[in-house]
Design a protein around this ligand. Structure first.
Ligand SMILES: Cc1ncc(COP(=O)(O)O)c(C=O)c1O
Length: 404
């Protein structure tokens, strides 16, 4: 059997393309924020993680351009060697203060942050306790840790199920190092972790907590300081992780924690040591976004206003909307197959609305979603347009007749 045989016989994507229903890799040719251009067509973007609308903010773009002029387009090396800029250190200091921690560490992507931090802190004899619906980057970190530290290293608990978490943690050796890893806001469903219970259980059984705040920073808590701030639990959340690809309008990620922990991970994380550092333009965009996030709290209020309007609007049309407190508004397309979900997505696109269809393995088997996400820069005209298209397509596909 040739290594590539599986590639030659992989036809599923082509079959879906032939039906005109392939929903992935569609290019955007111009971006005005809430409106993008796809196939030269004006399309309302209702599927971006650009929650505060800062990727097109002239101040953020200008900061990125200025920094690129000053430092160049890339760092050409690892943070360890030639790849540390003074603005990397400035951003780490500001993020540590923003998240209420002593120290912070940047990685080049959010994905690498989770993967790299978990591998950096978990050693033989330690345990990771992971929510079953954690982001793929956490799962990858867990799998690498498991491969290098042994099969017992990783234990999982049922999604956001605190009874199951306590059952799992209480069964681990009391004197072993334990890290409970959770998403603060789960990326597909938009639901919030029960952090107060996680903290109670962690303290009872001597475990540490790492919270992925990719979808919470800029959205929840005081001035967008994230899930721990939302619950008033900054001190009890041992490691806070964030990405820059959402509210921070850039690319990259970070963890923040105690000084000793960050110092240890800094020297024990291959994803950091053997990877070129974040380019200056990306760093400067985050610095500017962080400043705007704190000085313009109306953006945070607006993104919540927009998401609430859409949750209510879609519910009153008759759609089955997953409740939440974030800009993520998922519509359940249960009882239908993957192709129906793709068809619904395609009809939305043809009507000028970009959304994200979500199927297994991004969500559990049997669950299908049209995942919408909203920004502070959506105006009522954009939102009303999306609602109108949903109503039309809901009736055409009879999904509105099918849901309670
Ligand atoms: C919860 C969560 N964690 C981590 C990541 C990875 O971040 P990035 O895409 O910025 O690398 C994402 C992004 O999809 C995410 O949703």
């Amino acid at each position: 059997m040739d290594l590539f045989d599986k590639c030659y016989s992989f036809t599923l994507a082509d079959e879906v393309k032939a039906m005109g229903l392939y929903p992935f890799f569609h290019p955007i040719s111009d971006n005005d924020g809430p409106v993008v251009y796809m196939n030269n067509r004006k399309t309302v973007m209702a599927g971006s993680n650009n929650y505060l609308g800062l990727t097109t903010d002239p101040r953020v773009k200008e900061a990125a351009v200025d920094a690129t002029r000053k430092y160049g387009s890339g760092c050409s090396g690892s943070r360890f060697l030639n790849g540390t800029l003074d603005i990397h250190l400035e951003l780490e200091e500001k993020l540590a203060a923003f998240t209420g921690k002593e120290s912070a560490l940047l990685y080049s992507t959010g994905f690498q942050t989770n993967q790299g931090a978990i591998v950096g802190i978990i050693k033989k004899g330690d345990y990771i306790v992971s929510d079953k619906e954690n982001h793929a980057s956490i799962i990858q970190g867990c799998l690498i840790a498991k491969a290098s530290c042994g099969p017992n290293t990783l234990v999982k608990f049922a999604h956001n199920d605190m009874e199951d978490l306590e059952r799992v943690v209480s069964g681990l050796p009391s004197d072993a190092g334990k890290l409970i890893v959770v998403d603060g806001v789960f990326s597909m469903n938009g639901d919030l972790i029960n952090l107060p219970e996680v903290v109670r259980i962690a303290r009872k059984y001597n475990a540490r907590i790492m919270c992925d705040d990719a979808h919470s920073l800029g959205v929840l808590g005081t001035q967008g300081r994230g899930t721990a701030s939302h619950f008033g639990l900054e001190k009890d959340t041992d490691i806070i992780m964030g990405t820059f690809s959402k509210s921070f309008a850039s690319q990259g990620g970070f963890i923040s924690s105690e000084k000793a922990v960050i110092n240890y991970i800094r020297h024990n994380s291959p994803a950091l040591i053997y990877n070129a550092s974040m380019p200056a333009g990306q760093v400067a965009a985050v610095l500017k976004s962080l400043e705007i996030m704190q000085s313009e709290p109306e953006r945070i209020r607006k993104v919540h206003y927009n998401a609430n309007k859409m949750r209510q609007g879609l519910k009153s049309l008759g759609f089955s909307v997953v409740d939440g407190q974030t800009p993520i508004v998922p519509i359940l397309i249960n009882g239908e197959d993957m192709l129906f979900t793709f068809r619904f997505w395609r009809m939305l696109l043809d009507h000028g609305v970009f959304s994200n269809p979500v199927i297994f393995p991004a969500v559990p088997l049997g669950m299908q979603l049209i995942r919408l996400s909203f920004m502070a820069t959506h105006e009522d005209e954009h939102l009303d347009f999306v609602l109108e298209q949903f109503e039309k397509i809901g009736r055409e596909t009879k999904i509105l007749g099918n849901v309670a």
